[in-house]
Ligand binder design. Structure first.
Ligand SMILES: Cc1ncc(COP(=O)(O)O)c(C=O)c1O
Length: 405
């Protein structure tokens, strides 16, 4: 075993969908803190989660999340502290979506699911399997088992389908299918508000990649291992009065204690052992985001990365008139309106070409560009830590690949 840290390049060409790369300064600081945290002679993963040190990290992480959610001053920190609770549970996205119907079981009414890809579909199936009263309000799945996007109609009409909804569930960014809600999500939030229905969202693969208005949501949950950290932890941001309502009604007897939002929140996320290495990682990521100007700054970079990549893919798409026919090799299934800025998913015209591209990309150091095993194709994930330079170099590589055809 080595006694020193390995070298690592400034720009990584790693486009994996999760776990994903972290910013180099974060990973370096984390490595040091795993060995010896703040000169205490012991590492962050070795201390008690109930120690003063751990408690102050949990408090500070929560505070940094709320600061990020102020959207650079749009909301007062005190107002957010009053209205929302932030807590963490062991787990990831799956424990997150299983915990949702169980915690909301004590409220009267149905959960309405909008299915725009494989994660929202799984969440619905899980809620049903757990015996919760849930319905699909919209399902985008086509006969070919593909998904094209999100709902395009009038959300208030859509919600009228059911008169006893208590929540509407969405997955904001479908990691496998490359589908992300666009600005029309505000219409959904308004329709929910008008009907007094809580909007509950899985943000596992787009959390803090773009500014949101937290007041649009009843609960947000996100597994940590894509945009904000490493696997092992789920972040929850929940409206205080929703948690109070659940508490007043009493918890469902089927709710495992480790999933109990109020129990965890009342115990500063330490009812059971919170994994401190993932939690501290989150905080390092949040400190960096805040130091770099907050979510808006990051969003601007993310838009530039995605725009640059999609515009080159459009240039070489089967629909293009810009290039000669043999170079029209890119096929999109996702509707332009709902293209994800986090997971750019596309096909090449033949399976052979896709395999060749993935193989050559890998050989040239552009790692983890293969699509999810369930849908195939190519997937390039552009989470916060992926630098613009990495995307520009991938674009050059792609153009060279096409020019050789
Ligand atoms: C949007 C979304 N939700 C849920 C999950 C499930 O997360 P986990 O593997 O942490 O349970 C994933 C995993 O990729 C995801 O992308």
């Amino acid at each position: 075993m080595s006694e020193s840290l390995p070298e690592r390049a400034e720009v990584q060409y790693y486009f994996g969908a999760g776990p994903a790369q972290l910013p180099k300064p974060v990973i370096l600081q984390l490595s040091k803190d795993i060995v010896n945290y703040e000169n205490q002679g012991i590492g962050i993963g070795e201390i008690s989660h109930r120690s003063k040190t751990a408690q102050s990290i949990i408090d500070n992480t929560r505070e940094n999340i709320l600061k990020l959610l102020t959207n650079n001053g749009k909301y007062e920190l005190d107002q957010l502290r009053r209205d929302y609770e932030v807590f963490f549970l062991q787990g990831g996205g799956t424990t997150g979506f299983s915990s949702i119907p169980l915690n909301l079981n004590s409220l009267k009414g149905k959960g309405g699911y909008l299915i725009s890809g494989s994660w929202s579909l799984k969440s619905f199936q899980e809620a049903k399997r757990l015996g919760s009263d849930v319905v699909t309000l919209y399902n985008d799945k086509t006969e070919n088992n593909a998904f094209k996007g999100c709902y395009k109609g009038d959300y208030s009409k859509l919600l009228e389908q059911e008169d006893d909804l208590k929540y509407v569930y969405i997955c904001e960014n479908e990691t496998v299918n490359g589908i992300e809600y666009d600005a029309t999500i505000k219409d959904l939030a308004k329709a929910c508000r008008d009907k007094n229905v809580e909007l509950i969202a899985d943000l596992s693969s787009d959390v803090f990649s773009r500014e949101i208005d937290i007041y649009d949501y009843g609960v947000i949950m996100a597994g940590a291992q894509k945009n904000i950290g490493i696997a092992g932890l789920t972040l929850y941001i929940a409206k205080k009065n929703l948690l109070d309502q659940i508490k007043a009604n009493g918890v469902d007897s089927n709710l495992p204690i480790a999933f109990d939002w109020n129990l965890q929140n009342d115990n500063n996320s330490c009812y059971n052992t919170i994994p401190m290495v993932p939690l501290h990682t989150l905080n390092l990521v949040f400190q960096r985001l805040l130091a770099n100007g907050g979510i808006k700054e990051q969003e601007t970079i993310n838009i530039e990365k995605a725009d640059k990549l999609y515009s080159v893919l459009d240039k070489y798409s089967t629909e293009s008139t810009e290039v000669e026919e043999k170079q029209r090799i890119v096929k999109f299934t996702v509707d332009k309106q709902f293209r994800s800025k986090m997971n750019v998913v596309f096909n090449l015209i033949t399976l052979e070409l896709e395999n060749q591209f993935a193989k050559e990309a890998e050989a040239n150091g552009f790692l983890a560009v293969k699509g999810h095993r369930s849908v195939g194709g190519i997937r390039v994930s552009l989470y916060n830590a992926v630098k613009l330079e990495a995307v520009e170099d991938l674009i050059k590589f792609f153009e060279n690949f096409v020019n050789k055809l």
